[in-house]
Design a binder for this molecule. Sequence first.
Ligand SMILES: [Zn+2]
Ligand SMILES: [Zn+2]
Ligand SMILES: [Zn+2]
Ligand SMILES: [Zn+2]
Ligand SMILES: [Zn+2]
Ligand SMILES: [Zn+2]
Ligand SMILES: [Zn+2]
Length: 1755
Amino acid sequence: MASELELEMQAIDRSLLECSAEEIAGKWLQATDLTREVYQHLAHYVPKIYCRSPNPCPQKEDMVAQHVLLAPMEWYLCGEDSEFGFPKLQQANKPSHLCGRVFKVGEPTYSCRDCAVDPTCVLCMDCFLGSIHRDHRYRMTTSGGGGFCDCGDTEAWKEGPYCQKHELNTPEIEEEEDPLVHLSEDVIARSYNIFTIMFQYAVEILTWEKESELPADLEMVEKSDTYYCMLFNDEVHTYEQVIYTLQKAVNCTQKEAIGFATTVDRDGRRSVRCGDFQYCEQAKSIIVRNTSSRQTKPLKVQVMHSSLVAHQSFGLKVLSWLGSVIGYSDGLRRILCQVGLQEGPDGENSSLVDRLMLSDSKLWKGARSVYHQLFMSSLLMDLKYKKLFAVRFAKNYQQLQRDFMEDDHERAVSVTALSVQFFTAPTLARMLITEENLMTIIIKTFMDHLRHRDTQGRFQFERYTALQAFKFRRVQSLILDLKYVLISKPTEWSDDLREKFLEGFDAFLELLKCMQGMDPITRQVGQHIEMEPEWEAAFTLQMKLTHVISMMQDWCALDEKVLIEAYKKCLTVLMQCHGGFTDGEQPITLSICGHSVETIRYCVSQEKVSIHLPVSRLLAGLHVLLSKSEVAYKFPELLPLSELSPPMLIEHPLRCLVLCAQVHAGMWRRNGFSLVNQIYYYHNVKCRREMFDKDIVMLQTGVSMMDPNHFLMIMLSRFELYQIFSTPDYGKRFSSEITHKDVVQQNNTLIEEMLYLIIMLVGERFSPGVGQVNATDDIKREIIHQLSIKPMAHSELVKSLPEDENKETGMESVIEAVAHFKKPGLTGRGMYELKPECAKEFNLYFYHFSRAEQSKAEEAQRKLKRQNREDTALPPPVLPPFCPLFASLVNILQSDVMLCIMRTILQWAVEHNGYAWSESMLQRVLHLIGMALQEEKQHLENVTEEHVVTFTFTQKISKPGEAPNNSPSILAMLETLQNAPYLEVHKDMIRWILKTFNAIKKLRESSSPSPVAETEGTIMEESSRDKDKAERKRKAEIARLRREKIMAQMSEMQRHFIDENKELFQQTLELDASASAVLDNSPVVSDKTLTALGPAQTQVPEQRQFVTCILCQEEQEVKVESKAMVLAAFVQRSTVLSKDRSKFIQDPEKYDPLFMHPDLSCGTHTGSCGHIMHAHCWQRYFDSVQAKEQRRQQRLRLHTSYDVENGEFLCPLCECLSNTVIPLLLPPRKIFNRLNFSDQPNLTQWIRTISQQIKALQALGKEEGTPHTTSSKNSENMDEFQLPEGFRPDFRPKNPYSESIKEMLKTFGTATYKVGLKLHPNEEDPRVPVMCWGSCAYTIQSLERILSDEDKPLFGPLPCRLDDCLRSLTRFAAAHWTVASLSVVQGHFCKLFASLVPDDNHGDLPCILDIDMFHLLVGLVLAFPALQCQDFSGTSLGTGDLHIFRLVTMAHIIQLLLTSCTEENGMDEESPAGEEESAVLALYKTLQQCTGSALKEVPPGWHLWRNVRAGILPFLKCSALFFHYLNGVPSPPEMQVSGASHFEHLCNYLSLPSNLVSLFQENNEITKSLIESWCHNIEVKRYLEGERDAISYPRESNKLIDLPEDYSSLINQASNFSCPKSGGDKSRAPTLCLVCGTLLCSQSYCCQTELEGEDVGACTAHTYSCGSGVGIFLRVRECQVLFLAGKTKGCFYSPPYLDDYGETDQGLRRGNPLHLCQERFKKIQKLWQQHSVTEEIGHAQEANQTLVGIDWQHL
Ligand SMILES: [Zn+2]
Ligand SMILES: [Zn+2]
Ligand SMILES: [Zn+2]
Ligand SMILES: [Zn+2]
Ligand SMILES: [Zn+2]
Ligand SMILES: [Zn+2]
Ligand SMILES: [Zn+2]
């Protein structure tokens, strides 16, 4: 059936392909009604091409459509084949100087912080690299898709609008030329025709709403019964829901369902079933039924006729076709724009562009993005039509927003998102404001969507439903639009602009009016509130509006007329808000010190109060601007100041600040967290600029216009403190009468807060307009105070500073002036430190400090002063003068009420027992006095002849208090307090005050003849200073003595502790010692040459070794017969040394690990933390871990960082991940060493003997038909063979080890086997010993690589854990044969031996090119005892070792000669041939003979020798390490330090002649035959004939891939990467493997694969092939390093990319340019090379439990 369908398809295709474009176009050229002709063509062919089968096959469809449908149109348009026509058009075209590249998702974009007009102006990478901005301060982001490159848009850039490429295209004449002049009349007419028809067609078909009918002129004669069940995307249902439903509804597999869901999510719709109408309806109803619930709408499904779907598919094709055709010529583009914007027959809003926009929300995602793209490449690229389009957009604005509100798609796929393209273009925005009244429209539209109001017309978010909340989120995008419109400020104002801006400002005030006083709160008394009220919505609104409010002010500031108008309007609105301000209530009268004022009766703690006062705050902002303006200086009478009523202005901001104080005093505890949160945000850096800061300004405004005494009284009254300060002795009565501690505490806090507020009102003059400062002074001061807390990283600092609408803090321009930069080390971040000279500007009561910050800063600054041996007083800094409008504000400090408050509090402090007062209260008063003194001093210093200094604080505080209380003067009280013992900490400050007082007095005396009343202060101060000094000295002495005593106590305690835990400490000491140098651990041997192996091996005296168990703390000697001691160890598979990552173990059951290939493709690495335990203690520990884990898993489904089921555990001491233990052993060779009584054979003899022994064994084995086993009968039969002399194959050696050690030998062996081969443990498997030897060899090789790469000496100091690990591992591997089957080990030996000395029984062994010689060496040496133990001829084990080693070395030399590259042939000989050179040349010639002269040329001897020397070095080094650990011979001292390669020392140590080739000469008898046998191997021949490759030596170390210096090139690379599985789709989480450089599509359904029966993500799957389960990745979009191990383990690691401030940017949130930090990258590389990635993950997971819960396998 299926094939028939295919045949049919093919038949149709053939008939279609016979169509001739030329013919059809010819017909069209003749046609009278072109539209009808074209439509007929489409009606006939489109359904034949599209939707021919249930599943779309887009490539084929597109191919046919191009041929049958589009080609005729192109023909028609060009008048010839488009293959010639289009290039002609392109040539004639004068290309645009706009880049206009539309960004893909994830593509990097660049904005210049110096030159971009706003942050939405971006460049594509190509343009950026060719622009001047690459050397500026730029910001890099990844595009979310949509949007295009602004290169060439002169309005977008203050400087350098063109890159090099687009600069070429700028027209000579600035004036814009009509692009149509480059086209012929004919082409213009024809493109106009065809564009009109096709654009019309596409719009009609895409916006067609009927499901089974077509537009009349497209309807077919005969209609088939084929329908599609079309599923649409929505943002409500989850992926999982959709997948589940589809499986049910259309009977598909999960895979198919995932495929459907992915496409629906991406394109917005997908047909899920195809068939007759009934069949599709059925699926539809199931889907609808399954996805609807009470809360949610069902998924949208339509049953559509196939021909409609076909036409729609083609409609989309047409749109993208139009987009590509206009790419050939700007003229064509203009024609298309004209067609699109031409008004249709139905008048207003009937152009094609309007129609598309207005049906945007009804279209599916895919259709939207296609037409948006077309708009971008047409309308937005043509400046003339961009303007017209902008007007259409603005006219439809309200409707589009309404549609968007109903639509449930993200904004990115809505046409409303195009607003950024017009609104941020300055001239367009201005035009839209003046001509379309855009500002007002946006604000009104916004207001329309927020209908929910309270009785006073204010917004009410309290009882928002979910739907309203959802709409509220969407409506916020309108604020963004408003921000775009305002972002570029006008350079000149027309009357039109003024008018329309002010109209917009009116609308804006209406909006703020709805916010003024919203969410009012009342203090809860008695009971706690029942439900936390909704507060976030109001703050969200405030936060979103913050920049808009600031920008409104910026606009006003630019034009005085506008500013004054706006000020008046704002004032009017504020008065409306305050209508009924004083209604009803009787005013009350307040009076203190003879001043009195009337005010309203109002208590914050009893009545409604609101934090939201945007109108007041806007007015405050405008007031500051006025103060800065020229009018304020010259004609203040022109300002509408007279209309102000200061008490009304201050009332609400004051209430708000009192609320904060009361909350802090704990009076609002019952109002819950919502209030705490509101107060937090009120002060937070995101909001404070338009909230808290402006409230302070408003109060400052008020004070500067009022009698300060009046202000203070009103303030006292609002703080509810009036009683305390107006009634003499109230305080005394108060504390004695009211014993309620809470109330006392509350009042104290309120007084503190009030004093703090006064400090702020006087001291905060760093807003330009309040004080005589500029914006940089402001930002400098912020930074100084942040850095006073502690040194900070750039990003921390940025976070603490407010950002403007361009996301700038302005910090970079001033930071150099106030801070030093300290570069980061290998970890951590770069830090800014405050310059010492800036410390004097520190103000302890800086208003942006939180309480915690304030106390930290205080502590830090005092500490600094102590370090500099200065007074610890933190006096108020010298302040800039106020602006004239605010100048009178300082008088508050010397006002009577203020002095009264100060005096009262000082009085309390003097009589400190009688009153409730606090030290911080006093501290604040002292600060205020200090401020007043600073002020007076400055006045005096800046006084000019004609001015009289009116600031006379010093005089006032010298006078005693007036009757009736007759208190002493403030000064006198200060002097009293200076000696008060209970005020130690404040003494420095009081002394500073008195000193300053005297200085001012002197100033006054010198400037004015009238002397100030003499006070007794001076003398007292002098004497007290001396006294103070003495006191201080005494105190310091006492402190020193106390410290000493404490130290003594501590060390006593320590000693005690050590006594108790003696062993523990000894253990650590020992470990430390062994860490420092390896030699220290080994016995000192006399200075003769050290030899590591062979008969001449240096004999090392027996050394006893004692170790302590970390678990039971018992000490024990390591002995053969005692209980086993073990090291915690971690065995893992490794590909770190791999030279061929495509290779991995396919079938572990059949895999034979005996021979390691030289590509080292899969090894087994063993590591250890070096911590020692008793085997039985470990066993007990592990059992308990296991039991605990089982209980835990049952109880809570928690994961751990380790996998107990796989034998994993954490080292009980250091928590290092481990999965087995290695037994601790003495050098095992010594145990088996027998006396060597006979002459030792030479190599030739030895090989002969061994061959005979092997033959004997094999014969025995064959005879029995079974592997060699023990049986007494055998020994009788044995005589029949000619047994080599002294060989006793029946001999069974006795195992010397204790049961416990034997047990552990098996345990570790099995673990190595299990992990290395990933098999179930089986201790009988013959591969177990091989895996043990292999792990030993591999671990040594990887250490050798690390040492060489780092240029470290071979036997230099190693971390003790590594040293211990290698020693134990080597000795273990050497002892393991004792627990394995003897015949198995013998068998391995025979086979390994046969690879070098061939025998008849082993035919199919790898050739020497395919054997890693070091693995072979280790295998042979460690298997040899199994054979040697039966040899009683007197040949020693050492002799065997030596011969094995020499034999393998010889084979390696031949391997090297065969594979060494001989390309450097042309070079001159460096020196006359030496001994080595001629020897190697001779050997090479022999080799040439043996290979039948396949080796052609003979390279010079020195060259060969150099290659051999370099190639063999790693092997020799590994061997030295191996024999060192095996035999315990100390290393030669020369090799413990770095230096040259130590080639000679190495040879000596290894008992080799330093002329290695002489090995061949010495053993002449067998050399030839050996070489021949090696070279005759078929594989060697193939290699020599160039038919295969071989590894060449020395093998280069593996490194992680090279990363680019500039991070953006990685982003770019990743943005070009598409998911390999879903046909060209962009990958959402492109992830780079740092080991091999593969890019993967991570964390996505599309690229999940099945691994061992589980679905895993691309990364996890990749680790299995690339890193045997371990992986190091870079998540490119996040700039984050990812470590993975196995399926369950992973962690994130800090990336090796840093910005200029020495910080990483995980998540790429900040967008600073990032550059590669080589050191950090090396550190990652080292982790990898040292096999520490898994361990690192373990530690990270232990430290951060949330990492354990992540499903790493899905990445
Ligand atoms: Zn560009
Ligand atoms: Zn460009
Ligand atoms: Zn720039
Ligand atoms: Zn123990
Ligand atoms: Zn440990
Ligand atoms: Zn890889
Ligand atoms: Zn994918």
